[in-house]
Design a protein around this ligand. Structure first.
Ligand code: ADP
Ligand code: RBF
Ligand code: MG
Length: 381
């Protein structure tokens, strides 16, 4: 166990879900300049100060403008839209937990101070929990240089080797590691290899953090090995055909929904992973309320099958005796998080894990806060 006494947080992509907005605006601005801004270009700028990110993009795309001009264009659009940004899943929970345990907290962001004030609207009262805030204006060298994290540690009065830094971008991970901090990386980029290194732990999302690993008090809000979602996700759609491998290959049928029809109900920042849910099917029969089933489901990329398409697929924990229900309307109240998606050494290991997940979901849905949601009006059609 490591003995950390303070935590320094990155902001964008870690606490705030800014990346989608930034990518959208950069794509539009570069498009107007005649260039195609791709995820590879987005990756170049992640975690950097905005002007430095613009320098990288101007060079990579050979844009016909200066980095200063690109910054002015993107900043003008972004400043009108920062209020749209939401907290990342698990961010508020973690900040409140650590603050309640009187753990000194700091922010080490590449964001300029003037922009920070606008962005902070999204953090609300949580912003007051930071004892020290280092912005992009406060350092002579931006990330990946160690300055941001070194200064945050100085500000807290705590040695870097007793600090845990939490980051989503490779440049920030390098900054924190070079400063001498322990690092928890929650990658916002798909390629995990850029994050690995000494004193560094990589997790899929903030939901999976175990603070006791670094010597902080543990989170005690797991219920029957599941984490209740602050706001359950209410998803509704027609059951579509998947790859046809659920029943055939795994012996586990999953009723797939089309992610593209779920819209905002499936929050963009929804953590990919395994969840417990209540499910109901079809229209009302003779005015009788539909039957509600327990379900265990996966939202994600199915790494075992090297998936390139995000799927949403619940296994209803009920024997339908060979009946299928393609085309019928399926409603889900997704209420508990179980674990991140994983890869497995064998099909048997995946199948065994999914059966274990089903047991966890079955037990958890019996207790509060889940049991009450069985009667959620959304499930009634
Ligand atoms: P696909 O890849 O098309 O989703 P599956 O092999 O996963 O195929 O089978 C899923 C279909 O099986 C569902 O769409 C549904 O119609 C049917 N089905 C039968 N029993 C269940 C169940 N308990 N849970 C989910 N789907 C079931
Ligand atoms: N696929 C994975 O690649 N990794 C997983 O960890 C994983 N967990 C699952 C858990 C549950 C409860 C269910 C229903 C499915 C899971 N799958 C996982 C998805 C599985 O790959 C998917 O159902 C098949 O691809 C069939 O479409
Ligand atoms: Mg399926």
């Amino acid at each position: 166990m490591e003995a950390c006494t303070a935590v320094v947080f990155d902001l964008d992509g870690l606490l705030l879900d800014t990346e989608r907005l930034v990518d959208e605006v950069c794509t539009a601005v570069c498009g107007r300049l005649g260039a195609e801004y791709t995820p590879a270009h987005a990756a170049l700028g992640r975690g950097l100060r905005p002007l430095e990110a613009c320098q990288a993009v101007v060079a990579a795309l050979s844009l016909p403008v200066t980095a200063e001009a690109l910054y002015a264009l993107t900043d003008a659009e972004l400043s009108l839209r920062w209020h749209e940004v939401e907290l990342m899943p698990g961010a508020a929970r973690l900040l409140r937990h650590l603050a309640a345990a009187r753990v000194p907290l700091a922010l080490a962001t590449s964001t300029p101070r003037s922009v920070l004030e606008v962005k902070m609207a999204g953090l609300g009262e949580l912003f007051a929990l930071f004892r020290c805030v280092v912005t992009g204006d406060d350092v002579s060298r931006g990330k990946p240089a160690p300055d941001a994290y070194s200064q945050a540690c100085v500000g807290l009065g705590i040695a870097p080797e007793h600090c845990l830094a939490i980051e989503d971008a490779p440049s920030g991970v390098t900054s924190a590691r070079t400063a001498g901090c322990f690092v928890l990386a929650v990658p916002s980029l798909l390629d995990r290899s850029a994050y690995v290194g000494e004193r560094t732990t990589v997790l899929s999302s903030l939901l999976d953090i175990k603070p006791e690993v670094w010597g902080f008090p543990p989170l005690c809000d797991w219920v029957e090995r599941t984490l209740p979602l602050c706001t359950p996700m209410r998803l509704k759609g027609a059951v579509v055909r998947g790859f046809g491998r659920g029943s055939r290959v795994l012996g586990i049928p999953t009723a797939n929904l089309d992610v593209n029809t779920l819209g905002a109900a499936l929050s963009h920042s929804a953590v990919t992973g395994i969840y417990a849910a209540w499910a109901s099917l079809g229209p009302l029969v003779d005015g009788a309320p539909p039957r509600v089933y327990k379900a265990v489901m996966s939202i994600g990329w199915n790494p075992f099958f090297k998936g390139s398409k995000k799927t949403v697929e619940p296994w209803l924990l009920h024997d339908f005796e060979g009946r299928d229900f393609y085309g019928e309307e399926l409603r889900l109240v997704v209420c508990g998080y179980l674990r991140p998606e994983a890869d497995f050494v064998s099909l048997e290991a995946l199948v065994q894990q999914i059966h274990g997940d089903a047991d966890v979901a079955r037990a958890a849905l019996e207790v509060q806060p889940y049991a009450l949601l069985r009667g959620d009006p959304f499930l009634l059609g």
